[in-house]
Design a protein around this ligand. Structure first.
Ligand SMILES: NC(=O)c1ccc[n+]([C@@H]2O[C@H](COP(=O)([O-])OP(=O)(O)OC[C@H]3O[C@@H](n4cnc5c(N)ncnc54)[C@H](O)[C@@H]3O)[C@@H](O)[C@H]2O)c1
Length: 363
């Protein structure tokens, strides 16, 4: 019988529980340790997973378990220290949540730890496993759009939550071509203090090396996707070519128009459906170095650099060349430069999530 890969999961909130459940449900894995600083969450997770090893200190749990996979699903301010724990514990693969980091200085640290250790790293951009994402990718890759000249992505959720996803899927639709430069603008300071710190609204352009233009919009001013009811899933990601377009709505299926006609189909982002293939491909990569996970760190990092470069463009103006060569704290740059004016909303439904805009409107 093939031995199971042993897994430690740190951060037993929403995503940690998703990961633990998906690892447990896959016959190739066994969750052997769980960790959370919150005692009650830890107790509930330990009972649910039935693991022998549990604790509130990630290093202690990881060193006791010495697992094959170190998975952490903590909030975005904890990244390089978790990667270091995973490496020190002897893990062969680290599975982490997006975003890669909150600034490029931290992103550089994460990258150099990952490269220096040789440990495989995957970042959870798992929406791509949705049938509607897969169908959109299939149509784009088939050549039915002719020469693809534009990829685009919008979401009404804010940057540190959503832009990491948007860029990842737009890059995927563009065959992961490297980005050469970006240029961006942003508005609204309300979410700078959030645990996912962000400008309330950011929009920008990406020049990809294959000549394709990327157009990205994320936050309070991004357009509605009226076909989708659930606010967090009002995301539209697609590609346009000389012969048509294909796009996915995170909460509302897919559609395409090409020279041969128009089509649409269903599909909605669903953790229960998206996590199993994401987890299975972790086993595949552990089994075989050639089966590199689609959500591998190098790919996620390329998207992260685009996000940080967009922030630098907001702060400093003009175009920002990629790859980034110097480390910076882009959230500090935004705090120092974003005008103190409330963001203007694209629709009333955004007011609930952007209260500073709402107050400004009422006043
Ligand atoms: N991929 C996706 O679709 C998706 C969806 C939602 C959130 N996320 C990302 O997942 C991450 C976690 O989000 P969440 O919604 O699960 O958050 P959460 O707040 O529900 O869970 C985080 C958990 O980490 C614990 N924690 C904090 N510090 C810790 C430490 N030092 N050691 C151990 N545990 C610690 C907290 O007590 C909490 O239980 C974020 O980076 C977020 O952006 C990704």
């Amino acid at each position: 019988m093939t031995p199971k890969y042993r897994v430690v999961v740190v951060g037993m909130g929403k995503r940690g529980l998703h990961h633990a459940a998906a690892f447990q449900a896959n016959p190739r894995f066994q969750v052997v340790g769980v960790c959370d600083t919150d005692e009650s969450r830890l107790a509930a997770a330990a009972a649910k997973t039935g693991t022998a090893i549990s604790g509130t200190n990630a290093r202690d749990v990881a060193m006791a378990a010495r697992a094959d996979v170190f998975c952490f699903c903590t909030m975005p301010h904890l990244r390089s220290q978790m990667i270091r724990i995973g490496i020190d514990s002897g893990a062969r693969l680290i599975a982490m949540e997006k975003p890669v980091a909150l600034n490029s200085a931290e992103g550089f640290a994460v990258r150099s730890l990952a490269h220096g250790s040789g440990v495989k790293v995957v970042v959870s951009h798992q929406h791509r496993y949705g049938e509607h994402y897969q169908k959109t990718k299939e149509i784009i890759a088939s050549g039915a759009l002719g020469r693809v000249h534009t990829v685009y992505a919008t979401a009404t959720g804010w940057m540190m939550h959503m832009l990491s996803h948007l860029i990842d899927y737009a890059r995927w639709f563009n065959d992961e071509a490297p980005a050469e430069w970006v240029m961006a603008q942003a508005a609204g300071r309300g979410k700078l203090a959030d645990a996912h710190p962000s400008p309330d609204y950011i929009g920008g352009f990406v020049q990809f090396a294959n000549g394709v233009r990327g157009i990205l919009e994320c936050g309070a001013g991004a357009p509605d996707v009226p076909e989708v009811d659930y606010w967090w899933r009002k995301c539209r990601i697609g590609a346009q070519g000389t012969d048509g377009f294909a796009e996915v709505l995170t909460g509302g299926g897919w559609r395409a128009v090409t020279k041969s006609g128009s089509w649409s189909g269903g599909g909605c982002m669903n953790y229960d459906l998206d996590m199993p293939p994401y987890i299975q491909q972790i086993a595949d990569w552990l089994d075989d170095d050639a089966k590199v996970h689609p959500c591998n760190f190098a790919s996620a990092y390329a998207g992260f650099e685009i996000m940080m470069a967009l922030c630098r463009s907001v702060a400093n103006g003009g175009q920002v060349a990629l790859p980034l060569t110097d480390a910076a704290d882009e959230m500090r740059m935004l705090r120092e430069s974003l005008p103190d004016r409330p963001v203007l909303l694209s629709m009333a439904a955004n007011a609930k999530e952007y209260p500073t805009a709402q107050q400004a409107k009422a006043g």
